[in-house]
Design a protein around this ligand. Structure first.
Ligand code: KE4
Length: 433
């Protein structure tokens, strides 16, 4: 067991003055037990905590660090930009540069608006869908997580599912009832909801590759395409929440990988290269409804922040080449298969879902995990907690919840992958001895 005295001390201090001692619940290790590590610095594939323990990092700040931590060009870009001022509250050319880059990379986006988080992006996209269609109801999926806007904290995934609070306190019942939900993969239920709420559903919001109830595959069985066709037939908008999978699984996100065109797309994480950026964009006729062009209001003091724009530009400019994703694919496939092979060798029942460099290994007897209830009902969450903490002791930092994803970056070396597979084999053997 590594020395974590400073993390223990800082966590006690933090808990006195910050709810749960953290500024985002999933960081508190409540889903796995133990003390969250306070990080001091990070570089490439590695993070180092305040006690000097270094870990191979597969959280990557929950997705943004696809190039690896503290990438030289990103840091240099932030430093150069900061010397010219950190925020103007007025237009700057960097906003145009990043907007054009996003539009060039994501064909379904004609017009884009920057905000400061993924939650702001989805919240704004929902308001826009309601303003554009004149309809009040929205449809999401059980275990889908789209940030913490009130109407989206209904049967939510990620931390909400981790703590068994998929329906947050504080969301007025009258508001929550405008959010319809269905299980992932259940097209019959989606169709029933459309029939029961004829002409009242403004949009479906869906992660085209869900990553907040673990990673799921909604594509192979045609479910995503069916949602596209249904929205078109019903006059509802299809919103792809690509905050996690955007620029993660291809240079044009899941929509490029699957060749399915949404009406609106929400982005975040990678688009800011680790600085606070979210974005929503899509068809010009829809986006022109956004103030000051149109009647749907949305605003933000730090939207389009120059530092964040530059960090995003330095990141996205390195994701334009398909060879980048080909290399990531090889490493991610090897890690994913190596971990599953380790489970098999140790006699630990497991399965997994992977797209590119995002995947989840589920400890379950099920052949495949296809929806949110599969995780809550059929995964061995206590075993996951033990595995997580043993891997931490081995110097491997995984997401502290079965409901999350593992992320591989360009900075992870073949040796890192080998070491991770070997550490998992030791841990799985220890846990089954
Ligand atoms: P943020 O507001 O956290 O930037 O983005 C919200 C969001 C929206 N949509 C999707 C698909 C997301 O995955 C997220 C945020 N993801 C979580 C991790 N599963 C962020 C980690 C956290 O909550 O601390």
């Amino acid at each position: 067991m590594s020395n974590i005295k400073q993390s223990v001390k800082h966590f006690k201090q933090a808990q006195q003055i910050i709810p749960g001692g953290v500024n985002s619940p999933v960081r508190a290790f409540k889903g796995v037990g133990g003390t969250p590590r306070f990080f001091d610095h990070a570089k490439g594939a590695y993070v180092t905590d305040v006690d000097g323990n270094t870990y191979i990092d597969y959280v990557g700040s929950w997705g943004p660090m696809i190039l690896g931590h503290a990438h030289d060009a990103v840091i240099k870009g932030i430093q150069e930009t900061a010397e010219k001022g950190v925020s103007f509250g007025a237009p700057c050319v960097l906003e145009i540069d990043l907007a054009q880059t996003v539009i060039d990379m994501v064909p379904s986006i004609d017009v884009v608006r920057f905000v400061s988080s993924g939650s702001e992006a989805t919240m704004s996209a929902l308001r826009l869908a309601r303003g554009f269609t004149g309809r009040d109801k929205i449809l999401k999926f059980d275990g889908g997580y789209h940030g913490h806007a009130d109407g989206l904290l209904v049967k939510a995934g990620s931390g909400a599912a981790t703590f068994g609070e998929p329906d947050s306190a504080g969301v007025p019942a009258d508001y929550a009832k405008l959010t319809l939900t269905a299980p992932f993969q259940d097209l019959a239920e989606v169709k029933r909801l459309f029939a029961e709420n004829k002409g009242e559903i403004a949009c479906i919001i869906v992660e085209p590759i869900p990553g907040n109830t673990g990673v799921l595959d909604l594509y192979s069985n045609g479910f995503l395409q069916a949602l596209r066709e249904l929205c078109t037939a019903e006059g509802a908008l299809l919103i792809f929440d690509e905050v996690m999978c955007g620029f993660r699984v291809s240079s044009g996100g899941a929509q490029k990988l699957f060749n399915i065109t949404p009406d609106l797309t929400c982005l975040g994480k990678i688009i800011g290269g680790g600085l606070p950026v979210g974005a929503y964009g899509g068809r010009e006729d829809i986006m022109r409804k956004i103030s000051p062009d149109g009647p749907v209001y949305q605003a933000g003091t730090l939207s389009g922040n120059p530092l964040a724009m530059r960090a995003g530009l330095e990141t996205l400019s390195r994701l334009q080449d398909d060879a980048f994703y080909a290399d990531l694919e090889v490493k991610s496939k090897r890690l994913f298969e190596g971990l599953l092979a380790g489970c098999k060798a140790a006699g630990v029942p497991a399965t997994g879902n992977r797209f590119g460099s995002m995947f989840t290994i589920f400890f379950t007897e099920l052949e495949q995990i296809t929806c949110g209830s599969d995780v809550s009902k059929h995964c061995d969450l206590p075993f996951f907690g033990k595995f997580f903490n043993e891997m931490l002791n081995e110097g491997i930092y995984l997401a502290p919840s079965q409901y999350e994803a593992t992320f591989v970056s360009a900075a992870h070396s073949d040796e890192d992958i080998n070491n991770t597979i070997a550490a998992a084999a030791r841990v799985l053997t220890k846990l089954t001895a």
